[in-house]
Design a protein around this ligand. Structure first.
Ligand code: BGC
Length: 362
């Protein structure tokens, strides 16, 4: 079968002919890949700064954002049948008895670092015509979501982040009604984060680098999220325009962007960091002023990675709600569909549209 693979030793990325996987246990499901989304993590992997092939393999099959269709189920599989649309989770637990996270079904909080991630770390991904996965790691997507369900995985990042925000804000002696949110970065994680925040009732603005007009700003303003460029407005000016943020949701993966916007975080506010910076970026700032702000204003800095089963279920529910509330809004985020042969050009930005690019396998 056709698969897109990275060979870190040879510094190559290419389409290969890989063995088609077959069911190995009664709880497994064979899936025909429909679409795979590409993101910044894939870019780091194809530039050989991240990602590890499975033990004993000189290549890693890429792809961790996926929508596929069930072609075969093992004899013990319940709840899924041939023809169902499914989205797989990314991370698998570490083997260690001492890891409370993995032993409690939350490898997204793994403490040993020995988890695997399909398409990223020591496990092949989904950028192939077929894959096999245990039913425990698959989520059924309603047929109506077929055109947008490939966005589930990037949306799970917001689901996990906002689930924690809600828990953390239980620290407040009153129930915080949805307040104001500022999203940093207007890529797919920022766009989907903005929708998730608005769906929860936050008055949400987006603060990102490019000046208007641009397609990312257009997509946000079409759903009612005002967009401001960091080149036009300082953090202080942003606060004058939209007020301070109860939640500052960072998706840009840039240290200077995140720290530069901290002045927009309000009393009792949370800075949610989701971006993984890909290069060193020394930032000069007054550390004492930063700590003083965090302490005197009861602020929280939260880093969050990956997502659990509940976040995938919540993301699939939210996709349906987003579609009802903002018809065409999700479709607009998918700005290119490409053949597997285009993977490298798309992931490195040589080809493809401005927001989310998808590799189509069927
Ligand atoms: C993926 C996560 C993964 C993280 C770190 C992200 O792109 O969405 O599932 O945990 O990369 O590898």
């Amino acid at each position: 079968m056709k698969a897109v693979a990275v060979f870190p030793g040879k510094r190559q990325v290419r389409v290969i002919d890989a063995p088609e996987p077959q069911l190995q246990s009664p709880t497994q499901v064979k899936v025909r890949t429909h679409e795979v989304g590409v993101c910044g993590t894939d870019k780091d992997i194809v530039q050989f700064t991240y990602g590890t092939p499975p033990p004993g393999s000189d290549y890693l099959i890429l792809g961790h954002e996926c929508l596929g269709q069930v072609v075969e189920v093992g004899s013990a599989v319940r709840g899924l049948k041939k023809g169902d649309w499914v989205v797989p989770r990314v991370r698998r637990p570490c083997p260690h008895a001492v890891c409370p996270a993995c032993r409690h079904g939350h490898p997204d909080f793994c403490i040993t670092g020995d988890y695997t991630e399909r398409g990223i770390k020591e496990a092949h991904g989904f950028a192939s015509q077929f894959f096999v996965e245990d039913v425990a790691y698959l989520h059924r997507a309603a047929d109506e979501l077929r055109a947008v369900a490939v966005l589930t995985e990037p949306l799970t990042i917001a689901q996990k982040g906002l689930r924690q925000v809600e828990r953390i804000q239980e620290r407040l002696p009153w129930k915080m009604e949805a307040g104001r949110a500022v999203v940093l970065g207007a890529g797919p994680v920022g766009q989907l984060g903005a929708l998730a925040l608005m769906r929860r009732g936050y008055a949400t603005s987006v603060y990102s680098r490019s000046r208007k007009p641009n397609p990312k700003a257009d997509a946000l303003e079409a759903v009612g999220a005002p967009y401001f460029s960091t080149q036009d407005l300082s953090a202080e000016e942003l606060v004058r325009r939209v007020g301070t943020a109860d939640v500052l949701y960072e998706s840009a993966g840039s240290a200077s962007a995140a720290l530069g916007a901290l002045g927009a975080l309000g009393d009792n506010g949370l800075l949610v960091l989701t971006g993984v910076p890909s290069h060193a970026e020394p930032v000069s700032m007054d550390g004492a002023a930063l700590l003083k702000q965090l302490v005197l204003r009861n602020q929280v800095v939260l880093g969050t990675v990956n997502a659990a089963d509940t976040d995938f279920e919540a993301a699939l529910e939210d996709l349906a709600r987003f579609r009802a509330r903002w018809p065409g809004g999700l479709e607009r985020l998918i700005t290119g569909r490409h053949p597997p042969e285009a993977f490298l050009d798309v992931v490195t930005g040589k080809a493809g549209g401005p927001i989310k690019n998808i590799i189509s396998f069927s």
